[in-house]
Each structure stands twice: as C-alpha cells, then as structure tokens.
Design a protein around this ligand. Structure first.
Ligand code: HEC
Length: 116
C-alpha cells in the first residue's frame, strides 16, 4: 500500500519536471533536430521567400526576414519557433510545421545564430 501510494505521488512531480523542461529547452536546442536535414527542408519549402543561408543580405520576398536575422532576433529560442510554426504563416495558411520537420528546421535556423 505504501509503495503504490509513493508511486502515484511521483507522477505529478515527473510531469512537472517535463513541463519545466520545456521552458529551458533552449539550453539543449543544439541536440534536437538534424541541421543538415533542416537545411534541405528549408531549401525546398522556405527558400522561395526566405534567404536561408548565412550571410545573405535580403530574402527573395522582401517582407520575409532572412533566416540569419530570425536566428539573431533577441530572445529567439526553440520554444518560440515551435509556437510560431504551429500557427499558419502569413499568406500561407497551409504552412504548419511540426514533429521532426520542425525540430530539423529549428536546429538549422538556430545554427545560423551569430549573436548572443
Ligand atoms: C510565401 C513566402 C514564404 C514562405 C514559403 C515561407 N515564409 Fe516564413 N515568412 C514569410 C513572410 C512574408 C514573413 C514575415 C511576415 C510574418 O511574420 O508572417 C515570414 C516570417 C517567418 C518567420 C518569423 C520571423 C519573425 O521574426 O517574426 C519565421 C521563423 C519563418 N517565416 C520561417 C519560415 C520557414 C521555416 C519556412 C519554410 C518551412 C518559411 N518561413 C516559408 C514568407 C514566407
């Protein structure tokens, strides 16, 4: 009896830690997703509007920030990008990025960061 009550009381603590873990996901951003796969995905899906390479001055769509500029946005982290990608893009109601594709493209964008 005492063992099982201990076990069930652990569950909220574990869930709590998992939720807190999301808040500090930025710290482990480098380990999630595949930068090369993210670059390939960005080339296919994003490059018609965004400059996706480091060092680009401007994007093909002048309204769209370069990915390097996105990466260097103060406060930008994995979590913010996950939230952004869950909502439709301006002019692109079908562009919702989730799962491994999101992890990969986020890893790629964050790899372009040149400022802290
Ligand atoms: C049809 C053109 C188009 C395509 C394709 C496109 N974007 Fe965008 N994107 C934009 C425009 C325009 C903006 C700026 C307006 C806005 O925030 O919606 C933007 C904004 C963004 C932002 C937010 C930048 C900020 O600082 O607010 C991110 C991140 C982003 N795009 C990522 C992507 C990724 C990743 C892809 C490919 C999976 C992609 N976009 C494909 C046009 C596009």
């Amino acid at each position: 009896m005492s063992i099982s009550s201990k076990c069930t009381s652990l569950l909220p603590a574990v869930l709590g830690a998992a939720i807190l873990g999301l808040g500090v996901a930025n710290a482990s951003a480098a380990e999630l997703g595949n930068v090369e796969a993210g670059k390939a995905f960005a080339q296919d899906t994003c490059a018609s509007c965004h400059a996706i390479d480091k060092g680009a001055d401007a994007s093909p769509d002048s309204q769209a920030p370069t990915f390097e500029a996105v990466a260097n946005t103060p406060g930008l982290n994995r979590r913010a990008l996950i939230v952004f990608f869950r909502t439709p893009h301006k002019n692109m109601p079908n562009l919702i990025i989730q799962g491994a594709e999101a992890d990969n493209v986020i890893a790629y964008i964050l790899s372009l960061k040149t400022k802290n």
